[in-house]
Design a protein around this ligand. Structure first.
Ligand SMILES: Nc1ncnc2c1ncn2[C@@H]1O[C@H](COP(=O)(O)OP(=O)(O)O)[C@@H](O)[C@H]1O
Ligand SMILES: C[C@@](O)(CCOP(=O)(O)OP(=O)(O)O)CC(=O)O
Length: 472
């Protein structure tokens, strides 16, 4: 299998919110968000059907997982409902992927409105291949590895995109691991796979179907359209409106984030419903800039030279939804005291951002301590284990490792991977790995350093050759 000549590739980063979890749900507060070096990559290619065959099909696949192919036909929904896809059955199985399906409905509808052609002509058959960097999922026991991105591709085989099982060991030393399970069986590490996926898939579809004059991923206007469209699709697929910081990180990378008003998306009809297409187009275009009130301050976020954001996987994610409900219920109940706590926590979160931006390395430890103190207080008062005791114990112990400036339970907290601010050198990494190995043995748990690092850049185009062996 050689390298396909045609196609486009894009990638979008995962996220970690170092400070501002819960607060960021309210526009009065902000979140300190980092993009991550772990990316979701999507490659788009035309499918050439045999002469005389008119079937139009969109095939989406995730060749790292078992049974991860989703095929769709589509039609133009009546009464301006836009393009609506219908999943096609392969054999006896039909596994839905709501994030993929919703993204197709939203992106194809927008593309059909934007391109000058008639909708059916604009959208030809295509194959979209999704490749997720290894750190999105906890690696199977025996194959754990911390490889740097861009290392060797998997060995190619003759016709299938799924390399044979006999090469499994070789594969895990490559950039994209092959998992011996379906997607539903993978253990997420909490880096925001669905937001990065929706963003990368949307960007890939826009790049593939629209000429550069109508969509350019590198331009500010292109990023704005992508952000608006991906936020709308992600919210619809999730069935709730979160703060959207994860989609913002996937598009823009690291930033100080203020959310959009939830009302921005509340009037949008369901995909396929009457009036969906024009409503989506106007919300995405936001021509006079009055609809979206998101604030993305990229200049407000940076790290002191020689410092990195690293993540420590504890291999047991948490249920964010239940935690959010309980924290918000506490805030509504205890208006005055919760309000005071949030205002002070916001000041400390901004303080941490300032210390990092100003390169004041020696103040990082104190700033992180101050934030954690109030996060724990919020947990105790709301009765939600935001920084559970086992995580407190681990974070405190990690502070004793030379080269570690501090760490937090990011985002909603709980048992998702911890975020650490560390000295960015091999010695610190080795000390951390040794420490975590010892800790795992002593506590009978499985904590490990992920290869991923904080990164400033958001969505971008990639070279096809990075995916050699995975695409046909
Ligand atoms: N590699 C992938 N290929 C295809 N779909 C994916 C992939 N990774 C994630 N998804 C989609 O995202 C969903 C996971 O979303 P969610 O549970 O919100 O996790 P997260 O917290 O990582 O965003 C999956 O069920 C699937 O629909
Ligand atoms: C509570 C929050 O403010 C932050 C949640 O951050 P996480 O990083 O924990 O998110 P998930 O990946 O969705 O679990 C909710 C929000 O901002 O939407």
């Amino acid at each position: 299998m050689g390298l396909p000549e045609h196609g486009t590739a894009v990638s979008a980063p995962g996220k970690v919110m170092l400070a501002g979890g819960y607060l960021v749900l309210d526009r009065a507060y902000t979140g300190l968000v980092f993009g991550l070096s772990a990316r979701i990559n999507v490659i788009a290619q035309e499918i050439h059907t045999s002469p005389g065959v008119h079937l139009t099909e969109i095939v989406v696949e995730s060749p790292q997982f078992l049974d991860a192919q989703w095929r769709y036909g589509y039609h133009l929904a009546e009464a301006d409902g836009g393009i609506k896809v219908t999943q096609l059955q392969i054999g006896s199985r039909l596994t839905a992927n709501p994030f993929v399906e919703t993204t197709l409905n939203f992106a194809l509808t927008y593309i059909a409105r934007t391109s000058k052609h008639r909708p059916h002509h604009a959208v030809k058959s295509a194959r979209l291949t999704i490749l997720a960097d290894n750190d999105y999922y906890s690696q199977p026991h025996s194959t754990t590895t911390t490889t740097s991105p861009n290392s060797a591709s998997p060995p190619s085989n003759s016709s299938s995109t799924t390399p044979p099982a006999s090469t499994l060991n070789a594969l895990t030393t490559s950039r994209f691991a092959r998992f011996p399970v379906p997607l539903s069986g993978a253990h997420k590490t909490g880096l925001g796979s669905s937001a990065a996926l929706v963003t990368a898939l949307t960007a890939s579809l826009l790049t593939h179907y629209l000429p550069p004059t109508l969509f350019d991923i590198a331009s500010p206007a292109g990023k704005t359209a992508l952000h608006n469209l991906a936020q709308a699709a992600h919210c619809a697929a999730q069935g709730k409106v979160g703060s959207g910081f994860d989609v913002a990180a996937a598009v823009y990378g690291s930033s100080l984030y203020r959310r959009f008003s939830p009302s921005v998306l509340s009037a949008l009809p369901e995909a396929g419903a009457p009036g969906f297409a024009p409503a989506l187009e106007s919300v995405v275009r936001d021509e006079d800039g009055t609809i979206w009130d998101t604030e993305i301050r990229k200049d407000a976020v940076s790290l002191p030279a020689g410092m990195a954001v690293r993540m420590c996987d504890v291999d047991c994610g948490s249920q964010t939804v239940g935690m959010v409900k309980s924290v918000l219920a506490w805030r509504a109940r205890e208006k005055a005291s919760a309000g005071e706590l949030w205002d002070e926590l916001q000041r400390r979160n901004e303080g941490l951002a300032e210390v990092l931006r100003g390169g004041r390395t020696e103040e990082v430890r104190g700033a992180v301590k101050g934030v954690r103190e109030l996060v724990r207080k919020m947990g105790v008062e709301s009765g939600v284990p935001i920084e559970p005791e086992s995580q407190t114990e681990l974070l405190d112990a990690l502070e004793g490792v030379e080269g570690v400036y501090g760490g937090v339970v990011p985002g909603a907290g709980g048992y998702d991977a911890l975020a650490l601010l560390v000295k960015d050198d091999r010695e610190t990494e080795e000390r951390l790995e040794e420490f975590l190995e010892r800790w795992s043995k002593e506590k009978g748990s499985r904590v490990s350093l992920l290869a991923v690092k904080g990164e400033m850049e958001g969505v971008r185009t990639e070279e096809l050759k990075l995916y050699e062996g995975w695409i046909r």
